[in-house]
Write a protein that binds this ligand. Structure first.
Ligand SMILES: [Mn+2]
Length: 354
C-alpha cells in the first residue's frame, strides 16, 4: 500500500511541503490543470508538474484524473480523435513514471452535493446531499432559469459557464439508454486497455457520486453489480475500480467491505478513496470524519477486507471536513485529510500486525 494525497497543481491552499510532512504519505494524486478534456498532455507539461512534486520529495505515480471527453461518452464520430489523444497522454504519463489513473465515465457531472458547508454539531462543516434538493433541480427548471438569465439555479462548486454547458448535455442524454451508454464505455475501454497493458498503467474508474440517478442521466458504477458489469466490459486486469468508500457507501444497500474484498481478490482495485459518511435518511447523507464511530461505514472492516484479499495499490484519505477555520477547496483542506491519513495508518498497522 502506498498513501497519497490529492493535490491540485493550480493554486491549491495545501502545499507539497505540508503534504510531505503527513506521516506515511509517499506521493500525490494529481493532474494537469488548464488542459481541456480531449487534448494531449505533452511531455513538457507533465514534466513541469512532476518536477515540482519530486522536488518536494514526493512521487507522482497516481493521476486523478484524465477526463474523458464528452464526445467519447456520447459516442459521437469525433470520439476516435479524442481517444487517440487520450492514448497519447497515457503513453506520455507512463514515460513519466505514472502507474495508476483514476477517471470516471459519468455523463455530464462528476459529482454532486446540495450543500458544501453543512454545519455539524462539533462546529465543523461538511459536504452534504439531500435527495429532495437534488430532485428539485429538474432540467426544465434549469433551462428556464437560464433563458431568463436568472441565477436561481446554481450548483454549489460549479461555475455558471460550466453549468450552462451542462444543461445542454443533460438534454442530449435524455435519449441515451443504459445499454447504449455501456456500449460507448466498452468502445473506449477496448481502445485504451491494450495500451494500458503495454505501458503498465492501472485504471480505476470512480463510482458515481452520489450513487443515485440524477437528471435521468445514465448510471455507470454505483453498486456491486454495476461494478461487475463495468469490469466485464473489458477483462484486462488494468481495467479496475477506484474503490471510493464514501460514494458507494452513500447507498445503504451497498456492503462496501464485501465489495472491497470481492474485487481486491481479483486484483481489480488499484486505488482506494477512504472516507466515511453519515446517513440522515435512506438517501440523504453528510460526509463525516474518517473514523468508523463518526459515520455509518465500518472503516476497519473495509481496510481488513482489502488487506485480507491482497490489495497492493494506492490509498488516499478522501474529502475532509472544514475544521479549525481552514479555508480551502471544499473537501480538500489539509487538517481533516491529515487526520484521516493518520487514522488510515493506524488501521493499516493494526490489521497488518494481527
Ligand atoms: Mn472519491
Amino acid at each position: 500500500m502506498k498513501m497519497v494525497i490529492r493535490w491540485f497543481p493550480d493554486g491549491d491552499t495545501v502545499t507539497l511541503e505540508q503534504i510531505r510532512q503527513i506521516p506515511g504519505v509517499t506521493g500525490v494524486a494529481t493532474f494537469l490543470a488548464d488542459i481541456p478534456a480531449g487534448e494531449v498532455w505533452t511531455d513538457d507539461q507533465i514534466k513541469a508538474v512532476k518536477d515540482r512534486v519530486n522536488e518536494a520529495g514526493l512521487e507522482m505515480e497516481v493521476i486523478e484524473s484524465i477526463n474523458v471527453h464528452e464526445d467519447i461518452k456520447k459516442g459521437l464520430p469525433s470520439k476516435d480523435m479524442y481517444i487517440e489523444n487520450y492514448i497519447t497522454t497515457m503513453r506520455n504519463l507512463a514515460r513519466a513514471g505514472v502507474k495508476c489513473v483514476c477517471y470516471n465515465f459519468m455523463p455530464v457531472m462528476d459529482w454532486f452535493r446540495s450543500d458544501l458547508y453543512l454545519p455539524l454539531e462539533d462546529g465543523s462543516f461538511a459536504m452534504s446531499y439531500s435527495h429532495d434538493a437534488a430532485k428539485k433541480l429538474t432540467l426544465d427548471k434549469m433551462l428556464d432559469s437560464m433563458m431568463e438569465g436568472s441565477n436561481d439555479f446554481s450548483l454549489p462548486g460549479w461555475e455558471p459557464e460550466r453549468f450552462a454547458a451542462m444543461a445542454k448535455d443533460i438534454e442530449f442524454y435524455q435519449n441515451v439508454s443504459q445499454d447504449e451508454y455501456f456500449n460507448n464505455i466498452k468502445y473506449f475501454l477496448d481502445a485504451i486497455m491494450p495500451v494500458a497493458e503495454e505501458c503498465g498503467i492501472d485504471f480505476g474508474v470512480h463510482p458515481d457520486d452520489p450513487p443515485f440517478p440524477l437528471f435521468n442521466l445514465p448510471k455507470v458504477v454505483n453498486c456491486r453489480d454495476s461494478i461487475r458489469r463495468y469490469l466485464d466490459l473489458n477483462r484486462s486486469k488494468r481495467n479496475g475500480l477506484t474503490l471510493c468508500t464514501g460514494s458507494l457507501g452513500a447507498n445503504k444497500d451497498n456492503d462496501v467491505a464485501a465489495i472491497a474484498g470481492e474485487f481486491a481478490k481479483e486484483g481489480r482495485i488499484p486505488f482506494v478513496h477512504l472516507r466515511n459518511i453519515k446517513h440522515t435518511s435512506d438517501t440523504d447523507f453528510h460526509e463525516s470524519a474518517h473514523l468508523s464511530s463518526c459515520g455509518d461505514l465500518d472503516m476497519y472492516a473495509i481496510v481488513k477486507a482489502l488487506m485480507d484479499n491482497g490489495f497492493d495499490g494506492y490509498i488516499r484519505p478522501d474529502h475532509g471536513r472544514k475544521i479549525w477555520g481552514e479555508v480551502s477547496r471544499p473537501g480538500y483542506g489539509l487538517y481533516d485529510r491529515a487526520l484521516g491519513a493518520a487514522y488510515i495508518n493506524g488501521l493499516w498497522e493494526a490489521v497488518s500486525k494481527q
